[in-house]
Design a protein around this ligand. Structure first.
Ligand code: AMP
Length: 590
């Protein structure tokens, strides 16, 4: 028996009503446990607001305007009236629910009208959403609206609440991937304990559909056996930070492999025969934006099948100079690609190999992987191996660090040299450490923070957001904690741009945000920006790292924050600076 979408909607409604994480896991696990192995992959995707894994690039995301139109058609209302209700209740999903309730009441009163509700299975809904996502080309907007209005008109009010939210990409259940993994573990094994096994498999495949189907078809043992596969992006490994050469050396017990830390775009390159794909660290498929890089790899490759990693930087070959991040960042655009290739030529510095000779080498030590890398490709004008050296004293580190800065790099990366220096997919561990120029100067640490809320500006900034509440990510709890409020460093253009990208993300205060500070507007925590600040101090106003100090009300706050001008849009919010990183810096500087 296939699960009904009604049951899933009821489960979602219960999830919305609680803030307690364990309770949410239980609620979700109960519904998931009733799913068949054919359904579970799609249910997992829907529950995190998707119909395919991100890296396949098939997105549902309909503009709110289009969904409003579809809702108006299916309820026989005027679009303006629908928009008015949305303004009152602040959410298109709830508006859909209200309008459908009204519609079914009037249907009950009219003897002639037939009851139109269809008892959707989850798979039916997924299929229809899929057809909306796959519709493209001329007239596709109208067609999408038609399909959606057909879906809504036969849905129950509660189902419509979630269908509409799904299509506009604002499901708002507060179910992050970590919570889903716990619920899947509980649903199938009875406890949350085996979540780590699921998490590992998810981190090396980026595919929750495949992982949950394997779990339901073949059990947790089969999930433990899942291996990295070419064309499935592996979640990128991230680095902790240190602020001195001494600390860097100490972290690696006196011997460390150093590399330049290039300020560019992280790229994971997958090659299978003649086919090459590039993934960003989100991970998104960025193959189309870099046809030049594809050519470079074809020219440099010595093997057929591999997964390697590196940094794409903008490069001026006449001056033999790496150009600032702002240059290469323009190469992410999806239009005028050919023009940008000539305007902003790039080069790739490779630093890791994750798969070679038909097997995953994630569990090999770093030096071994680096050796494999040098056998996979040859260096060319545009493909280089990252500058690297092994250091066992601080003089060597200082000297390499200064060379890195002279060569337009941000600093250095330190990597372990032992056999245990494996590639930790998706983790920000101590096997990789970053040591950047700005950490040396006590007054200018930089942080990648998530915009959580805002206040409107005054004077010539009226009507746009002027002050932003920013937060860090708590990896353990999967929540955002507040760390600072910033109003400095923004040009008028920045503020106009932020208004444009943040306006569609406005919503009620999200569950996953832990804040004592109130804001005029809250956002889906999605946008990451780079901030510098003068000093980290204890504060009872901010929730960053609250619970880690003697006084349980103390958190950490960044004083004199300033926007650096860098919108970190290749970084998902879960990869923002973590509360642990901030705590480490705070404690070091005491
Ligand atoms: P951060 O973004 O500050 O956490 O630092 C990690 C990022 O540095 C990675 O995601 C890469 O994009 C970038 N990076 C630049 N050079 C290297 C390198 N040699 N090894 C690893 N990552 C590097």
């Amino acid at each position: 028996m296939r699960l009904k979408f009604k049951e899933l909607s009821q489960c979602y409604f219960k999830l919305e009503k609680t803030q307690k994480k364990l309770e949410m896991v239980d609620i979700l696990a109960e519904t998931l446990s009733k799913a068949s192995s054919e359904e579970i992959g799609k249910i997992s995707l829907l529950t995190i607001g998707k119909i395919y894994p991100d890296f396949l690039g098939i997105e549902l995301m309909l503009a709110e305007k289009m969904a409003t139109k579809a809702l108006a058609i299916s309820t026989g209302k005027n679009e303006k009236n629908v928009a008015k209700i949305v303004e009152e209740v602040g959410d298109l999903g709830q508006t859909a629910q209200i309008l459908l309730e009204k519609k079914s009441q009037s249907t009950l009163l009219s003897f002639t009208a037939q009851k139109e509700e269809k008892d959707y299975e989850i798979i039916d809904v997924w299929n229809i959403l899929d057809s909306i996502a796959q519709t493209s080309g001329e007239g596709s907007s109208d067609k999408k609206i038609r399909i959606l209005s057909g879906l809504i008109s036969k849905a129950s009010p509660l189902e419509a609440r979630y269908i509409v939210r799904m299509v506009i990409g604002q499901l708002r259940l507060g179910v992050a991937i970590q919570l889903l993994l716990e619920a899947l573990a509980k649903a199938k094994t009875g406890t949350r304990d085996k979540k780590n096994i699921l998490e590992r498999a998810y981190n090396i495949t980026s595919d929750i559909c495949f992982v949950s189907e394997t779990l339901f078809k073949e059990g947790i043992e089969a999930v433990a056996e899942i291996k990295a596969q070419i064309m499935n992006p592996i979640k990128v490994m991230l680095a902790q930070r240190v602020s001195s050469a001494e600390e860097l050396l100490e972290r690696f017990d006196g011997k460390v492999s150093l590399e330049y830390k290039y300020d560019g775009l992280r790229v994971q390159l997958h090659k299978k025969g003649d086919k090459i794909k590039l993934f960003s660290r989100r991970p998104e498929d960025i193959t189309k934006q870099f046809p030049d890089v594809i050519e470079f790899i074809h020219d440099a490759a010595l093997k057929d099948n591999f997964i390697i990693e590196g940094e794409i930087v903008a490069y001026d070959s006449k001056k033999e100079k790496i150009l600032p991040f702002q240059q290469v960042s323009q190469r992410k655009r999806k239009h005028d690609i050919e023009q940008k290739i000539t305007e902003i030529p790039v080069r790739v510095y490779l630093f890791d190999a994750l798969y070679a000779d038909n097997k995953s080498i994630l569990d090999e030590g770093y030096l071994k992987r680096r050796e494999v890398l040098s056998n996979i490709l040859k260096e060319t004008e545009s493909i280089k191996f990252s500058h690297q050296t092994i250091a066992d004293n601080t003089d060597e580190i200082d000297s390499f660090f200064h060379h890195a800065l002279e060569n337009s790099c941000e600093g250095v990366m330190g990597k372990g040299v032992g056999e245990d220096s494996i590639y930790q997919a998706g983790a920000r561990g101590w096997n990789w450490v970053k040591y950047k120029a700005d950490y040396v100067d006590k007054l200018s640490d930089s942080f990648d923070l998530v915009i959580l809320g805002a206040e409107f500006g005054k004077g010539k900034r009226a009507g746009k957001y002027g002050t932003f509440l920013l937060g860090c990510f708590d990896v353990e709890e999967s929540i955002y904690q507040t760390f600072t409020r910033v109003a400095t460093g923004f040009s008028d253009d920045d503020l106009a741009h932020f208004f444009e990208i943040l306006k569609p993300l406005e919503r009620e205060k999200p569950k996953e945000v832990l804040s004592d500070i109130d804001c005029s507007v809250w956002f889906d925590p999605k946008i990451v920006i780079e901030i510098t600040g003068a000093e980290i101090t204890k504060s009872q106003m901010h929730t960053c790292s609250r619970g880690y100090f003697d006084n349980e009300n103390d958190g950490l706050a960044l004083r004199f924050p300033r926007f650096t001008g860098k919108l970190v849009d290749d970084r998902p919010p879960e990869q923002a600076t973590s509360n642990e990183e901030i705590r480490t810096i705070y404690l070091l500087k005491q």
